[in-house]
Each structure stands twice: as structure tokens, then as C-alpha cells.
Design a protein around this ligand. Structure first.
Ligand code: SF4
Length: 476
């Protein structure tokens, strides 16, 4: 069977895992009218999709000023490293990435979440040119100007209206807010990124429209807490398509659902008002997919974690959602071994997991993060116990996942094609987000292209992926 390497279980959600460093996409070819060589910036982007969106914004701005993006360290006049500082391991990876850029290029600007620890960065890498924090787009661009002044040329300053993205052409992350109003005990994001700041609804919709007009087939809605969207704005209205649109979760999702692209919701909490989007999923206006980081099921542990919606009766809610939209896929992440998690708490989590039948699940062993309130909690769980619980958790979820995917056999489903090579095509169903969920393989299929939305009949399944045969090519 044609398949690519998969980790033993679907990766934990990208919000809590640093991505592998990646160089930005090479600059598109264009007619050169200027004799002077444009300055080149290298880009290394680490961390979650939110950090990726920050990188896209910085690159868009730099390209609009005539900078080119170097595909490697050697071709760059200066390198920007967008760091992640969510976990200690992510900080270590960020410091390593800075060290690599210093060794390979020597002219390095650091930005992103770890930028708040300037002293630590400068102590490890004293030659770094500048350090800026998360969302400091202006400061990063200023630092690039200082390092390599822009070349003013009206012919090379043009960028596509939708901006430049690091994702494939057919899907894009759509960030609807910055920061977070919650204060989960294990998390330092609010101290790194500040309180919730939502974008006006019209600004989100204009960006979404531009993306769809540029060929994007799937919009992945992200933020730290998507269901809290607009609370800080008191649901203020802004004008979109000549009519007022409220900065309210449901209103925004409804508007996004009218654009004709797949709309996938990430980082949603099970608040009662989330119930309102389930009928939109049942009607096919947005994807039947919810990414809800539950983190645990024991009320005692959830309280200690200070999780939002800790008091909600989630199993009941999930049951109701599935009555309205039986095809709903739920992805989530969990933490095992949180301070004072007893065997009883853990057993409750396993029972909950068996009952909830979540489609995609990632699991972390609890790890202390410098500056997190949870560090002061008593009852540290020994590493050996964490490890053992993690394995039990994964074994349980593997069985659930295998059963759920096997139920898809014989169904004809939509598949959005991501990649095609000489062995066939690989895509995703409405129940799979890019990078973190499973895939649908169309072995030997060469009649499709990346970005095609096709119909395919599921013929095989394992605990992660589906295999299908093409029924109809939806390509225009
Ligand atoms: S919801 Fe909790 S875990 Fe998520 S960013 Fe906010 S504080 Fe951190």
C-alpha cells in the first residue's frame, strides 16, 4: 500500500509543538526591470500555525518592500528566526535554530514568542543583530531595514493581493485574534502574547475573500481560543459587503461559510454558544470538524488546570452535537501526569475517552514550563507513571480510532488533494486537518492535481488513514 511514514499516533496539536524549522518558499519568478540586486532575507519559522501566520505577515511586508526571500542560508543577506517559547523543549529548539543560523549565515534577527527572553538569547548567541517579541511586526521589519536597507524599485515591490503564504496554494490559516483571556495553569501564552485582541469581523472576512479569490479551497480558522472571538470587542459591528457584521463567533463562522471554501475550526472550547455552529456543519456550510483541546476529563484535574469551560458537561454536549451532525469529527489533545493526577483521575479520563469516541487525539506527558502557575502545585507525578499512563491512553485511543475509520469503508467522500507523485495521490477528507490528522491515499491515481476537490470511495482503513478510489474529479 502506498503510504508515507506516520508517527505511532497522530501528532499532538500543533499549538503546543514546535514545528521543524523551515525555510520560506522561494520568491516567485518575475520580470526583472531593475539592474540593482534586491536584498535577500532568509526565514526560519518555528512553532504553531499562529507563529506561521506571523511569519507570513512579516514576509508579506518585506516582499512588498522589494526584499527577496532566500531559499537557503548562503543566499541570504540576513536571516530572521521566528521562535517558539511555549515549552522548555521548544525554547531549546529555538536556541538551536538561532545557533544554526548564526553558524551558517552570521547575520541573524530573532523574533516570536521566545523574543521576550532577550537576555537568554543574547547570552547564548551574543552576535545576534536584534531581538523582538511576538507580534512586533514593525520592529522586525525595522531590524531588517537596519541590517540590509530596502531597495526602492516600484517594479519589484509588487506582491499578490492575498499576501505571501508558507502553506500550499490550496489551503490557508486564517487568524481571527491574538492573545488569550484565559489563564490555564500550565500555559504561559497569555504572558507571552497578552490578552485576547480580536480582529474586526470585516478585516477577517476581507482577508478570507482575498484568499478564496486567489485559489484557496480550505480556510483553517485559528486563534488561542476561537470560541472567545469578539468578547474583547463587545461584538462590535463592522461593514462587510455593505452590511454590518458582528464580531461574534457564530456570525463570523456563518459569513465564512458563505464563501464556498472548506472552513475548519481550530481551538474551540465547549462553551454553550458553540452549539450554534453544529447545524451549520450538518447543512454542509462549514466542515463537520471541531478541534477542542479538552486536556483532561477529571473535574478535579480540570479545575487545577484552570481550564475554560471546565464546568461544562462535555460528554452530554458531544452526544447532542452528534445527534444534530452525525458526521462530526472531533480532534483534541490531552495532558497526562498533571500534578496530583491520581490513578482514579486517570481511570476517569480513560472511561471518558472510550465514551466520547473522539476521532483524532494527541497526548502529552505533563512538562513544567518556566513561569507557569502549575509549577507551584504539589503532587508531582513520577516520570515512570506519566510514561505508563501515556501508553495506556494511546492504546485506548488507537482502538477507538481504528473502529471509527473502519466505519468509513464503502462510503463515497470528498477528498481535497494535497500531493501527487508517481505512486499516486494523497489528500484529506473533511475530517482531517493538514499536518496533524490522517490522510486519504489514492494509490496509483494520476488524474488529479494538488488542490483538486474530488469524490472517492473508501476501500481500506487503518488506525490513522484511509485508502480510496477516485469516483469523480471535481476539478473545474
Ligand atoms: S486557553 Fe489556556 S492553554 Fe490555551 S492559550 Fe489560553 S491560557 Fe494557554
Amino acid at each position: 500500500m502506498h503510504r508515507r511514514y506516520k508517527p505511532p499516533m497522530p501528532n499532538p496539536t500543533v499549538v503546543t509543538r514546535p514545528r521543524k524549522s523551515r525555510a520560506a518558499t522561494p520568491a516567485p519568478a518575475r520580470t526583472r526591470r531593475s539592474k540593482a540586486k534586491p536584498p535577500k532575507v532568509g526565514f526560519v519559522s518555528l512553532g504553531c500555525p499562529k507563529a506561521l501566520v506571523d511569519s507570513e505577515r512579516i514576509i508579506t511586508r518585506l516582499r512588498s518592500e522589494g526584499y527577496e526571500i532566500a531559499p537557503d542560508y548562503q543566499g541570504a543577506d540576513v536571516v530572521v528566526v521566528n521562535t517558539c517559547g511555549f515549552l522548555n523543549s521548544a525554547k531549546e529548539e529555538s536556541l538551536e535554530a538561532i545557533g544554526e543560523a548564526m553558524a551558517e549565515n552570521g547575520r541573524v534577527i530573532v523574533t516570536g514568542c521566545m523574543g521576550v527572553e532577550k537576555g537568554r538569547i543574547m547570552a547564548a548567541h551574543p552576535g545576534v543583530l536584534a531581538v523582538t517579541g511576538p507580534h512586533q511586526y514593525e520592529e522586525v521589519v525595522e531590524a531588517v531595514h537596519d541590517a540590509v536597507p530596502p531597495l526602492h524599485d516600484p517594479y519589484v515591490d509588487l506582491v499578490p493581493a492575498e499576501g505571501l503564504r508558507l502553506t500550499p496554494r490550496h489551503y490557508a490559516y486564517l487568524k481571527i485574534s491574538e492573545g488569550c483571556k484565559n489563564r490555564c495553569a500550565f500555559c504561559i501564552i497569555p504572558s507571552l502574547r497578552g490578552d485576547l485582541v480580536s480582529r474586526p469581523a470585516a478585516a477577517v472576512m476581507h482577508e478570507a475573500e482575498r484568499l478564496v479569490a486567489a485559489g484557496v479551497k480550505e480556510l483553517l480558522v485559528i486563534s488561542q481560543d476561537t470560541s472567545a472571538y469578539g468578547i474583547d470587542l463587545k461584538y462590535a459591528e463592522s461593514k462587510w459587503r455593505g452590511a454590518p457584521l458582528r464580531a461574534r463567533f457564530l456570525d463570523l463562522v456563518q459569513a465564512l461559510g458563505s464563501l464556498g471554501a472548506w472552513v475548519r475550526l481550530h481551538y474551540v472550547y465547549p462553551y454553550p454558544h458553540v452549539d450554534g455552529v453544529i447545524p451549520l456543519m450538518a447543512e454542509g456550510r462549514i466542515l463537520p470538524y471541531l478541534d477542542i483541546p479538552f486536556q483532561h476529563a477529571s473535574p478535579k484535574v480540570l479545575r487545577a488546570m484552570r481550564r475554560p469551560a471546565a464546568k461544562e458537561r462535555t460528554l452530554e454536549r458531544i452526544r447532542r452535537w452528534r445527534q444534530i451532525c452525525p458526521d462530526l469529527a472531533i480532534r483534541s489533545t490531552f495532558i497526562v501526569g498533571f500534578p496530583d493526577e491520581t490513578e482514579e483521575d486517570f481511570a476517569l479520563l480513560l472511561d471518558w475517552l472510550k465514551e466520547a469516541r473522539l476521532n483524532r487525539v494527541g497526548c502529552f506527558k505533563y512538562e513544567a514550563v518556566d513561569g507557569a502557575a502549575a509549577n507551584a502545585l504539589p503532587g508531582a507525578v513520577p516520570e515512570k507513571v506519566k510514561e505508563e499512563r501515556w501508553h495506556r491512553f494511546m492504546a485506548m485511543q488507537q482502538q477507538v480510532s481504528r473502529d471509527l475509520l473502519s466505519e468509513k469503508k464503502g462510503r463515497t467522500i470528498y477528498v481535497l488533494i494535497d500531493e501527487v507523485d508517481d505512486k499516486g495521490a494523497m489528500g484529506r477528507s473533511p475530517w482531517d486537518a493538514p499536518e496533524i490528522d490522517g490522510s486519504v491515499f489514492l494509490d496509483g491515481e494520476g488524474r488529479v492535481r494538488p488542490g483538486d476537490l474530488v469524490r472517492a470511495r473508501v476501500v481500506e482503513a487503518d488506525e490513522y488513514d484511509l485508502w480510496a478510489e477516485l469516483r469523480q474529479n471535481g476539478r473545474a
